[in-house]
Design a protein around this ligand. Structure first.
Ligand SMILES: O=C(O)CCC(=O)C(=O)O
Ligand SMILES: [Fe+2]
Length: 295
């Protein structure tokens, strides 16, 4: 009953409508604060300034975090949609190498390439979402894809066509964590829908590695706590674009909390039709406790 009451209040504020338990919004303005972040007019002076400021954040800090990107009412409606699907989520719980794209045997025990970290969280994937629901609607706004394309400075950018991992939700409860790792591509987009009451911070070491130099010494210092990562200031409603292929990162363990930490993750590619490799999809669709040791 409580959730229903919330949804109805949201619906009125949002100029949207609800049918069979699904909230429909009408335009990008219902989701995103276009006064602060004019995605609908990127060629205007304020649009150009926004893109330039974001590009500078990416260059200097490997992250572009835009607080208040999602309007408060849309954060609540998105988060309610996720809560209504939580029963269907898959639980992932395995140990994983930070270096998933490499073969990691034959390294000394204390070498970063031998380290394994917990990946323990709930996951919902595109195939489990309502195709007309809010999470999917938000992914499909061409203005958002165009904004991300401009920030990355790519000639072209397309929404991933992966039936599973194009849209993904990480849902983390007390005791969950998403250990240290690199992403296999740069330019991951995440939207923070709900914070945990304790823990669950997004932590990262900006641009620590390059294709030429893995900087294992610095990575070891982060792993052992001798060096501190940067902690993202990203409350619910924040848009994050992150250079995760070069920047070591994790979601720190979630502490005592009544509510889950929820993030909505969107995937893009320079070419149309991108589908994630079978191995990666299987990891999420058929969770197993087998450690992930890399290629
Ligand atoms: O949930 C998040 O904030 C990000 C998790 C992450 O790093 C990933 O899914 O690769
Ligand atoms: Fe990541």
């Amino acid at each position: 009953m409580g959730n229903w009451a919330c949804i109805i209040i949201d619906v009125r504020k949002l100029n949207s409508f609800s049918s069979q338990g699904v909230t429909y919004m009408q335009s990008i303005a219902d989701f995103i604060d276009l006064d602060r972040y004019p995605l609908n007019k990127l060629d205007s002076p304020s649009g150009r300034t926004l893109v330039e400021d974001c590009q500078q954040m990416m260059r200097e800090h490997a992250i572009c975090a835009l607080k208040g990107f999602l309007r408060p009412a849309s954060v609540r409606a998105l988060s309610n949609e996720v809560a209504s699907l939580e029963d269907a989520m898959r639980r992932v719980d395995f140990l994983a190498t930070p270096y998933g794209w490499l073969k990691n045997s034959d390294f000394a025990e204390d070498h970063p390439r031998s380290r394994l970290f917990n990946r323990r969280c709930g996951v919902l994937t595109a195939d489990q979402l309502n195709p007309k629901g809010l999470c999917t609607q938000l992914f499909q706004f061409s203005e958002l894809t165009e904004f991300v394309r401009r920030l990355l400075g790519y000639e072209s950018l397309f929404n991933s066509a992966c039936p599973n991992i194009s849209v993904r939700l990480n849902i983390m409860q007390q005791g969950d964590e998403f250990g240290w790792h690199y992403d296999t591509n740069d330019g991951a987009v995440s939207l923070v829908l709900q914070d945990a009451q304790e823990g669950g911070a997004f932590e990262y070491a900006p641009l620590i590695r390059s294709e030429e130099d893995e900087k294992y010494d610095r990575v070891s210092r982060i792993f052992s706590g001798r060096a501190s990562p940067v902690v993202a200031d990203a409350p619910a409603g924040t848009f994050i674009l992150f250079m995760g292929r070069r920047s070591l990162h994790r979601v720190a363990p979630v502490g005592k909390t009544q509510k889950s930490r929820q993030t909505l993750l969107f995937s893009y590619d320079r070419k149309p039709g991108m589908v994630f490799p079978e191995k990666i999809r299987k990891r999420m669709l058929e969770p197993s406790p087998e450690p992930f040791l890399g290629q």
